[in-house]
Design a protein around this ligand. Structure first.
Ligand SMILES: [Zn+2]
Length: 506
């Protein structure tokens, strides 16, 4: 049945000779065709978009005590090869690679930003090499970037992803498929682990020291392809200034997964190789990740469980980029400065306009600015005291929120605001807030019914990041507490609290 089944299941990219990418209906039809061949494949709807599209989550394998790997594609619907590669992987799992299902459960969300996908036009991402019949847009139907929405959860897509996939299924590994649009380099695909240092150090270390180097080696040996950590030359014309990764903040999915004590791999196919090659490298990368996760599953599950038990006493709230390794050979593509108007003016590169690509790939030794370190830390309290403005958000993340069943006398630490600054430029429809001030203690009596969040729970690190007043990506930053009174406060000392778990937003 395998060969015949594979013959029946062809993606839009394949049937169009890589001139087109799948529409929403094509993806749904492909999933239905897979289900007709294999009755064990289940599909859930994890969210419904603002334009009314049900987002499919395909479930392959159902073994208990087995690792769960989650593959998500098309968060940015101009970056479409993940959507094609994810469908091809699904086909492999019902034909050539059935054995993998006995060893792990694989969840696939092939078309996360479905509304963005349906706006296909040849005018989008024009510096990307194909598909010639066009791609969708970055934003969802609300005009939001879903890869900036993991903390604030303003889109139905992100709320569904977090509640119905990450919280409900608790995948050990999340793989998020993208396409670059930055510097000119010699890698067909680049990748990133969680970058926020508040994530458990063992997760980050295992990815950097074992998982990603092994996958990289396999990509080279077995597929003949160069891959490396995601980054950009700060200046394409002066590459010796270094290779820079992107951002520490958990509004990005790979960083968010790290704060949930789980592994994540961001995958970025290289924009400037053709569409077929991008689909191929992404498809191969998925296979190599699954192979490596299968090999290391027991150890990875132990690390994740240990991270769930860890209780850091302090954690970062402000961060800076740092050199990870000095003198690393990075594959640079030569470029020269063009006369105004002659070169490529790509607004996305950050390389400045008007360069001419040289086409020559050279390994150049430079500093890899690939990590972040906290520049400011804050104490992780025993519990946060919050009000109802935060509750729905916290519950969607899967954080345990409680309500006092009786008044409680506590020593309360409150953030006394010296200055509150809104960003001048709106970002994602927000003018983000930065508070300065200091924590001040007083004795207080909390009323019955007060909401509290103890950090002594597996998602304690995430709760801290959402609730600390100085957090660079928390609910204060995202305008949840615009009048500032009251801000989330802290109970520093372990205090007996008579409370009941809140089950749903009230
Ligand atoms: Zn992207």
């Amino acid at each position: 049945m395998s060969a015949m089944a594979a013959g029946l299941l062809r993606t839009t990219a394949e049937t169009s000779d890589y001139k087109s990418t799948s529409r929403y209906d094509d993806v749904i039809a492909f999933i239905h065709a897979v289900q007709k061949i294999d009755p064990e494949i289940r599909v859930e709807t994890f969210a419904t978009t603002t334009e009314g599209r049900a987002l499919p989550l395909v479930i392959v394998g159902s073994g208990r005590k087995k690792p769960i790997v989650f593959i998500m594609a098309n968060i940015h619907a101009g970056e479409v090869e993940g959507k094609e590669a994810a469908q091809m992987l699904l086909r492999d799992l019902v034909t050539t690679h059935r054995k993998l299902r006995e060893r792990m459960t694989i969840l696939i969300a092939p078309i996360y930003n479905a509304d963005g996908n349906e706006k296909i036009s040849t005018t989008h991402r024009t510096t990307q090499v194909g598909p010639v019949n066009g791609v969708g847009v970055r934003e969802n139907g609300q005009g939001l970037d879903l890869n900036r929405d993991y903390m604030k959860l303003e889109s139905p897509e992100a709320r569904g992803l977090v509640a119905n996939v990450l919280a409900r299924w608790d995948p050990l590994v999340t793989i998020d498929l993208h396409t670059t649009n930055g510097s000119y380099h010699g890698y067909q695909l680049t990748y990133a682990p969680p970058l926020n240092p508040n994530a458990d150090a063992r997760i980050i270390a295992f990815e950097r020291e074992t998982l990603l180097p092994e996958i990289r080696e396999r990509m080279k040996k077995r597929h003949g392809k160069e891959t490396y950590y995601y980054g950009n030359f700060v200046d394409q014309l002066e590459p010796e200034k270094g290779w820079y990764t992107f951002d520490n903040r958990p509004r990005f999915g790979n960083n968010y997964a790290g704060l949930r004590n789980r592994f994540a791999i961001l995958s970025e196919a290289y924009s400037y190789i053709d569409f077929r090659a991008r689909v191929e490298v992404t498809h191969q990368f998925l296979h190599e990740i699954l192979r490596a996760v299968d090999k290391h599953a027991q150890k990875m599950m132990r690390i994740a469980a240990a991270a769930d038990e860890a209780r850091p006493k302090t954690a970062g709230v402000r961060f800076e980029i740092k050199p990870w390794r000095k003198s690393v050979p990075i594959l640079w593509e030569s470029a020269t400065r063009a006369e105004p108007g002659e070169g490529i003016a790509n607004p996305d590169t950050g390389n400045g306009p008007d360069i001419i690509r040289g086409g020559k790939i050279t390994p150049l030794k430079m500093t890899d600015y690939g990590i972040f370190a906290a520049t400011e830390k804050s104490d992780v309290p025993y519990a946060f005291v919050v009000d109802k403005r935060a509750v729905a958000n916290l519950l969607t993340h899967g954080i345990v929120v409680e309500r006092l069943s009786a008044p409680a006398n506590v020593r309360l630490s409150e953030f006394a605001v010296a200055k509150s600054e809104h960003a001048e430029k709106p970002f994602q429809k927000h003018n983000e807030v930065t508070l300065t001030g200091k924590w001040k203690d007083r004795d207080a009596t909390l009323d019955e019914g007060t909401f509290i969040v103890r950090t002594d729970q597996p998602l304690g690190r995430l709760a801290f990041y959402l609730l600390d007043a100085r957090s660079d990506d928390g609910l204060v930053e995202w305008n949840f507490f615009e009048d500032l009174v009251p801000l989330p406060a802290k109970i520093m000392k372990r205090t007996p609290l008579v409370a009941t778990v809140v089950r749903a937003a009230e």
